[in-house]
Each structure stands twice: as structure tokens, then as C-alpha cells.
Write a protein that binds this ligand. Structure first.
Ligand code: BTN
Length: 326
């Protein structure tokens, strides 16, 4: 974990779950002086954390700002390698563009780039991804699985399964569904999207950039007016504010687990999970590709992650990339 000393101190407080920690104990554990501890606590206070001193016991963290920084995420982390390098920004143009630079410089498997706000968030098909400050999870995970370039689309499905299962394990008041290939809908409205980009040579994948955007704590009027009827957030559906860092850690746990499962055992179990959580399969849909618009029943996905549509004349069409209306 590439945490600064200040973040390490913060992590101790976050993990103590509100119990006081003695300055001497912290100083001993971290190998720095009590004065240095005190200086870091001052800086944290300036950032919005609030500590009180309890006689004979030490310092107690009593308030924390709502941020998805490295210390906060790592206090929930249960992974072997993902999320041990976290690049956190208050504001960035796009975590995806930053991840491209880092990946080219050799960033390790499971590196996370996350921001409170994106000023140039990118969606699929050159669309804009609205990324309001402090309201969502705007992150890119750089992964380096040992796969061939043609397998990359399956990793998008691995990511969708990871996100939907993380939501299911943390929230009880709604059922998220995957809309092919990579949207997560709640009650028919879009709550999350995934953008996968690849760095590759002809025969070798250097890295995949899994860009995940999740509307977490938006109220309806936090969305631009033109998407208010088609967008939703976890807070709207769950009827309570969510801890974004907890959700990030849960997604990283799933993403690591299902990527490893995929690399070791292939696509079969991922495909089953994807179909189980899909709101597309079995439905009548309209698919708009660059070339045409077709209507029919979505009957499944192939081992390549391609959508199969049964047309009214009995033909089965394979769709590699399209916008889907259900
Ligand atoms: C979609 O069109 O549904 C995909 C949206 C992906 C948005 C995420 S937010 C984090 C990462 N950075 C970006 O600029 N885009 C992705």
C-alpha cells in the first residue's frame, strides 16, 4: 500500500471504529515522534477530520469528511493485490485518460484511479459521462490479466458482474440488473456504466482500463434535466446515503476474484452469473448498431460475450456492439 504517513495515521483511526487511540501507541507503531503524529492530526483537521482528546486514552476521531480517498478505501479493503496503489483526485478531467498514462508507465495490476469529480467524464460511444462532485464513484481500475486481445470484451462482463454483485451484497432495498453489455439499471433506470479500454499489441494484452461510473448519492435534481427521467442513484433507490469507500472496496474484491476465476477457469461461470443478473435475456429488445436497427428477443450471450437476438423470421443475429432499448 502506497499510503503517506498522514493516510496511515488516518487508517488507524478509521479502523478503530470510533475508539480512542493513544498518541504514544501510534508513534511506536509507526516509528515516528509524538510531535510528528500531532502535526499530521493538525493537517487532517484542516482537511475536515475532527479529533477530540480523551484524558488518559488519547485521540478520538469524531467526524470525517465524505471522501473516497486512499485511507478511507483501504480501511475497507479485503483484496490480495487490487487497490494497493490508489491515485486519488479532488478533480480530474477523466480517470480513464489518467489511467492510460499510468498504464503506459507500467502501473501494477489492480491500480486504482479515483476522483470526487470529473470535468470530462467519458461514456461509451463518445458520450459525456456526467460526474458530479462527491456524488458518485468515478474510478478506473488498471488490470493486467494474461489474456489475448479477442478476450477483452469478456472482461467488461466480468466487471459488470463484479459491480452488480457488490451492490447486491451491500444493499437490500432494490435489485440491480445488467443491461447488455455493461449498464447497471435499477427499476429500469441507469445507475452505473462501465467503459473498458485496452492497451494491446496484435497478440498480447498489456492492460485493460476498467472505467466504472456509479451514481451513488445523487438526489434527482443533482442530474442534468435531460437525463432525470432515465437516471437514478443508489441513494434514491435504497432510500439512504451510501458509504462510497465501502462500495469501492467490495467492487475491488469482486473484480479481483472474478478476473482470477476467468483467467484460471474460463468464461463459463462468469457467463452464468452474468445471465443470472441480466435484465436483457428473455426480453423483446431493439438493438441499434452502427449499420442497422433490429428487433427481436434477446436469447443469450455467446462465449465471446456477444448478444444473440432471435428475429421474428426465426433467424438468430449476433450483436457485437449496439445500443439496446428494452
Ligand atoms: C457508459 O457509457 O455507460 C460508461 C460510463 C463510464 C464512466 C466511467 S466514470 C470513471 C471512468 N472515467 C471516465 O471518464 N469514464 C469512466
Amino acid at each position: 500500500m502506497n499510503l503517506s504517513m498522514k493516510d496511515k495515521i488516518l487508517q488507524h483511526f478509521l479502523q478503530s471504529k470510533g475508539e480512542p487511540i493513544s498518541g504514544q501507541q501510534l508513534a511506536d507503531e509507526l516509528g515516528i515522534s509524538r510531535t510528528a503524529i500531532w502535526k499530521h492530526l493538525q493537517t487532517l483537521q484542516e482537511e475536515g477530520y475532527k479529533f477530540i482528546t480523551i484524558k488518559k486514552k488519547g485521540y478520538q476521531l469524531v467526524a470525517a469528511p465524505d471522501r473516497v480517498d486512499a485511507a478511507k478505501i483501504s480501511s475497507f479493503l479485503k483484496t490480495k493485490r487490487f487497490g494497493y496503489s490508489i491515485h486519488y483526485f479532488e478533480e480530474i478531467d477523466s480517470t480513464q485518460s489518467y489511467a492510460q498514462k499510468l498504464a503506459r508507465q507500467g502501473a501494477e495490476d489492480g491500480t486504482v484511479i479515483i476522483a470526487e469529480e470529473q470535468t470530462g467524464g467519458k461514456g461509451r460511444m463518445q458520450r459525456i459521462w456526467h460526474s458530479a462532485k462527491g456524488k458518485g464513484i468515478w474510478m478506473t481500475v488498471i488490470i493486467r490479466p494474461n489474456i489475448l486481445p479477442h478476450q477483452a470484451p469478456q472482461l467488461t462482463l466480468v466487471a459488470a458482474v463484479s459491480v452488480v454483485m457488490a451492490m447486491k451484497s451491500l444493499y437490500q432495498n432494490f435489485t440491480p440488473e445488467i443491461k447488455w453489455p455493461n449498464d447497471i439499471l435499477i427499476n429500469g433506470k441507469k445507475c452505473a456504466g462501465i467503459l473498458t479500454e485496452m492497451l494491446a499489441e496484435m497478440d498480447r494484452v498489456d492492460g485493460l482500463l476498467i472505467g466504472i461510473g456509479i451514481n451513488t448519492n445523487h438526489e434527482l435534481d443533482d442530474f442534468p434535466e435531460d437525463i432525470q427521467s432515465i437516471a437514478t442513484s443508489i441513494a434514491i433507490e435504497e432510500k439512504k446515503k451510501v458509504d462510497r469507500a465501502e462500495l469501492v472496496a467490495e467492487i475491488l474484491k469482486n473484480l479481483e476474484h472474478f478476473t482470477d476465476e476467468y483467467v484460471e477457469n474460463g468464461f463459463t461461470s462468469i457467463k452464468t452469473l452474468w445471465e443470472e443478473h441480466s435484465g436483457t435475456i428473455g426480453k423483446r429488445i431493439k438493438a441499434s448498431t452502427i449499420r442497422e436497427t433490429i428487433e427481436g428477443q434477446a436469447i443469450g450471450i455467446t462465449d465471446e460475450g456477444v448478444l444473440e437476438i432471435l428475429l421474428d423470421d426465426g433467424q438468430v443475429k449476433k450483436v457485437y456492439s449496439a445500443d439496446i432499448e428494452i
